[in-house]
Design a protein. Structure first.
Length: 201
């Protein structure tokens, strides 16, 4: 598993926990914390596929998964942090007539403020909107003209946002269907559609 710059994400996690403990514990002490895991599909909007210089195939649909935790601030706001693996984009074709193939692997940490709008209080169904930061790491391995190129590694922190719907399955367990967009990840936008299971305690 690739390792990104871990220090900045740790600072953000500490800030999230401090905010939740100071604001949330007073007004929403019941089931303050929760953990979550999810899996679904990732969709790259690749600049390689859009380039007129490249002719070939680009596999932009991948498997995405995530694990994380969250804190209830109050009945309308949550803060969440989690690891996101966006698998790898594969391409194989010709760049200006020269054989070109490779893969781009992406993962990172997301930190988001989540707002929720109750739809059905009896079944605890809520519409969710989220916005935050994606601290990403991207590694590209390429074989160009039959020659292996040096691995290109990039990282950054960019905007992410999304929306979804969440409902209660049983006491302490919710399911959430959500769409997310991670912007400007190595000059590409990446979408994900995830089904998350959320355990509150």
């Amino acid at each position: 598993m690739r390792t990104i710059q871990f220090l900045k994400p740790c600072y953000v996690v500490a800030a999230i926990v401090f905010l939740a403990l100071t604001l949330g514990s007073v007004v929403h002490a019941h089931q303050l914390f929760y953990v979550m895991g999810g899996v679904g599909q990732g969709m790259y909007d690749s600049s390689t596929d859009d380039s007129p210089s490249f002719v070939g195939s680009v596999d932009e649909d991948v498997t995405a998964w995530t694990v994380g935790f969250g804190v209830n601030i109050n009945e309308y706001f949550l803060v969440e942090a989690g690891y996101v693996d966006l698998d790898e984009l594969d391409y194989d074709g010709l760049w200006l007539g020269t054989p070109d193939q490779g893969k781009v692997e992406t993962d990172g940490w997301e930190f988001a403020l989540v707002g929720k709008l109750p739809i059905n209080q009896e079944h605890n169904i809520n519409f969710l909107g989220k916005v935050g930061v994606f601290a990403w790491d991207s590694d590209e391995k390429e074989v160009f003209g039959g020659v292996s190129e040096p691995k290109v590694s990039e990282d950054g922190e960019d905007l992410m946002f999304g929306f979804g719907i969440q409902g209660r399955v049983m006491k302490g367990l919710d399911l959430r269907l959500e769409w997310n967009r991670y912007t400007d990840v190595a000059d590409d936008d990446i979408d994900s559609v995830l089904l998350r299971a959320i355990w509150s305690f």
